[in-house]
Design a protein around this ligand. Structure first.
Ligand code: ADP
Ligand code: MG
Length: 158
């Protein structure tokens, strides 16, 4: 989990390569009308997100064990995912705003324009301690982050 540019896809793919555990990306599970809205720079509302979160939650349940890249910014979104897949372990990739701006500006061919960063950061609800979310400093090297996720997966799958 984390805002756009935090490294969810990059770290998820790298962790999948290390572990052999299936990687899935929640971005691929948006209904077409959500993709169109984001491409137009219009933030999604919670009505837009509901069917998306249900699809992501169903995949977490049906494809387990798997690694899912999903922003999961609000507590209510995470709770909705947990309703489908109670065993989900959330890992927050934390990156300072300046680094996010740098990453988003240099990334091309992606449907999330940099202008949505503001809305992403405003929407992110930091983990409540009761959620048991693992927070990683995602400015660290990709390999080190992937190794951390692999370790966390090991402790869950066994
Ligand atoms: N740990 C990292 N160190 C340096 N660059 C990173 C790191 N993780 C991701 N990136 C880069 O940041 C950009 C955004 O990563 P991405 O995985 O697409 O983020 P997200 O899926 O969360 O939107 C990409 O260009 C990626 O290569
Ligand atoms: Mg991504």
């Amino acid at each position: 989990m984390g805002v756009s540019g935090a490294g969810k896809t990059t770290i998820g793919l790298a962790a999948s390569a290390v572990t052999g555990v299936t990687f899935l990306d929640a971005d691929d599970r948006h209904p077409p009308q959500n993709v169109a809205k984001m491409a137009a720079g219009i933030p999604l509302d919670d009505d837009d997100r509901a069917p998306w979160l249900d699809a992501v939650g169903a995949a977490l349940r049906d494809e387990a064990p798997c690694i899912m890249a999903c922003s999961a910014l609000r507590r209510s979104y995470r709770d909705r995912l947990r309703q489908h897949a109670p065993g989900t372990l959330f890992v927050l990739l934390q990156v300072p705003r300046t680094e996010l701006e740098r990453r988003t500006a240099t990334r091309d061919a992606h449907f999330m324009p940099a202008t949505l960063l503001d809305s992403q950061l405003a929407t992110l609800e930091p983990p409540d301690p009761a959620e048991g979310i693992v927070v990683l400093d995602a400015t660290r090297p990709i390999d080190a982050l992937a190794a951390d996720v692999a370790l966390l997966l090991d402790t869950r799958v066994d």
